[in-house]
Design a binder for this molecule. Structure first.
Ligand SMILES: CCCCC/C=C\C/C=C\C/C=C\C/C=C\CCCC(=O)SCCNC(=O)CCNC(=O)[C@H](O)C(C)(C)COP(=O)(O)OP(=O)(O)OC[C@H]1O[C@@H](n2cnc3c(N)ncnc32)[C@H](O)[C@@H]1OP(=O)(O)O
Length: 206
């Protein structure tokens, strides 16, 4: 991070749940890479993974308590499925604020996010853009819930190549917030998005 690039997503810690989540991401990708034709002992692996899940479930707080925790303090930026260091399905994308009012993040996606052969699934691109547009609104100071998200898929989005995800708030009209963004690879726009967000905020669990 530089003085002009404030971090807008929680940085993963080296230990605790963040380290376990990083390991889980490796497991998800490794299972998909291995597939069904591998000589790896999948029955034994399933047993070991289930033992880990049993242990975690046994020691988890009640859902209601956990929801309070997730929506308090830094927890708000730690659990989401795009950037969250506590969320194993988050790639994760790391976003910074830019001096020109926009935001930007870099991410390289692997097989768990595949749609067409060797390419990013269109729904995953929508997920990344929805969230990034939402964070751009937060960065601009006026945020809301996604009302309408329009996407244009210009060209396929490659797996295993660094992607740049950008977004900016374009205008605010009453409660409506107009926001746009792109996913690019090698300097070419693969997906562009235009969103209308509506200034409405749900009560956080207490
Ligand atoms: C995912 C975890 C996130 C964790 C991190 C959170 C915070 C971290 C901090 C910083 C990061 C910040 C944000 C990042 C996170 C978020 C990104 C994810 C965003 C989402 O994942 S969010 C879930 C999907 N989203 C919904 O679940 C919405 C369901 N829906 C509704 O809740 C209502 O439907 C609502 C609120 C949309 C409108 O309802 P309403 O009753 O308040 O609106 P109303 O009728 O009064 O209209 C007022 C004016 O908006 C126009 N209008 C109405 N609806 C419209 C629409 N759909 N499209 C375009 N324009 C629309 C009208 O035409 C009128 O315009 P006009 O004034 O010009 O006539």
């Amino acid at each position: 991070m530089t003085a002009t690039q404030p971090e807008l997503t929680a940085s993963p810690g080296n230990g605790g749940v963040d380290a376990a989540v990083a390991a889980a991401r490796r497991v998800i990708a490794a299972l998909l890479h291995a597939g069904d034709g591998t000589p790896a002992e999948m029955t034994e692996i399933a047993g070991r993974l289930n033992a880990v899940a049993d242990h975690l479930e046994e020691h988890a707080p009640a859902v209601a308590d956990r929801l309070v925790d997730m929506w308090a303090g830094e927890g708000v930026t730690r659990h989401d499925p795009v950037t969250g260091p506590e969320n194993a399905i988050a790639p994760p994308l790391h976003l910074v604020g830019l001096a020109d009012g926009g935001i930007e993040g870099k991410v390289t996606l692997g097989m768990p996010y595949q749609g067409p052969p060797g390419c990013v699934h269109g729904g995953i691109s929508a997920l990344l853009l929805d969230h990034t547009l939402g964070v751009a609104n937060h960065w601009a100071g006026e945020s809301g819930m996604t009302g309408t998200l329009t996407l244009r898929y210009h060209r396929t989005t490659p797996l295993f190549e660094e992607l740049t995800v950008t977004a900016r708030q374009d205008s605010v009209e009453g409660r409506k917030i107009f926001t746009s963004g792109t996913i690019s690879a090698g300097g070419q726009v693969c997906v562009s998005a235009e969103g209308i967000f509506v200034n409405k905020h749900l009560a956080r669990p207490r």
